[in-house]
Design a protein around this ligand. Structure first.
Ligand SMILES: *Cc1c(COP(=O)(O)O)cnc(C)c1O
Length: 231
């Protein structure tokens, strides 16, 4: 198998697993989107996957994206930023990525609002595992008090929430982390006037079936698609 064939094969397998997980959760397969997390992998592999029909990608770092991606508007696929964004890189991030899925402070949202000329789509990241090394708003209260201000920003469109499950956690811990994000998502829908608030981004290679059972609309898959990073 060539590398392109291998990637297409992995893609087909993951789509099957997603469909199976959706079906056992009583959901339709097309209610869950697949994001291919291409960090550390070269542009050629992104292109190979897009040739196989994968049109949504995720990258962690502005610098890496800048070095390898074709510019926004000149590439067939969408690429979202899913890693922590520093304020001084917001301008570059806006010109490079189709959405920023990892907004974790009011300060960052305000900066995006200032530098964007039109409503720019974002997700808010919540730390649902309590792990100190993780980014994201620390609690629902913190996220909601930021949202009260963010909904007033004219150049921001909040499209949903994102989280990372506890790494190496038990199945119960992972499910409760994802279940918590879903509850926060539903309470935010009730409490705020957010017309485009539909995305619940949760689940990675090791835990995506649990995330789908808990209502994920977007699973972010790296290792299961590309193989181990750094090998
Ligand atoms: C790397 C990464 C992923 C993908 O992780 P895998 O375990 O390789 O599938 C998903 N989400 C975020 C935020 C990541 O940084």
């Amino acid at each position: 198998m060539t590398r392109s064939e291998e990637l297409a094969h992995n893609l087909a397998q993951i789509k099957e697993s997603i469909a199976a997980a959706a079906s056992s959760a009583g959901r339709s397969g097309d209610s869950v989107r697949l994001m291919a997390v291409s960090k550390t992998h070269p542009w050629e592999e992104i292109l190979a996957l897009s040739g196989a029909g994968q049109l949504l990608f995720g990258e962690n770092r502005v610098q890496e994206g800048e070095a390898k991606l074709a510019p926004k508007g000149q590439r067939p696929m969408r690429v979202n930023l899913i890693g922590h964004l520093q304020s001084n890189k917001v301008g570059k991030a806006l010109s490079l990525f189709d959405r920023i899925d990892s907004v974790d402070s009011l300060r960052l949202a305000t900066r995006i609002d200032r530098l964007s000329a039109e409503r720019y789509p974002i997700l808010l990241e919540l730390n649902t595992s309590g792990e100190a090394a993780k980014h994201g708003f620390e609690s629902e209260d913190e996220l909601f008090s930021a949202l009260e201000q963010i909904v007033l920003l004219p150049n921001i469109r909040v499209e949903g929430l994102m989280t990372l499950g506890p790494l190496g956690g038990s199945e119960g811990a992972i499910r409760s982390s994802f279940g918590h994000l879903r509850c926060v998502f539903e309470r935010a829908q009730e409490r705020f006037d957010l017309p485009a608030f539909t995305e619940l981004s949760m689940g990675m290679s090791g835990d995506f079936p649990l995330a789908i059972a808990e209502g994920s609309t977007c699973v972010r898959i790296g290792t299961a698609l590309f193989g181990k990073r750094g090998q």
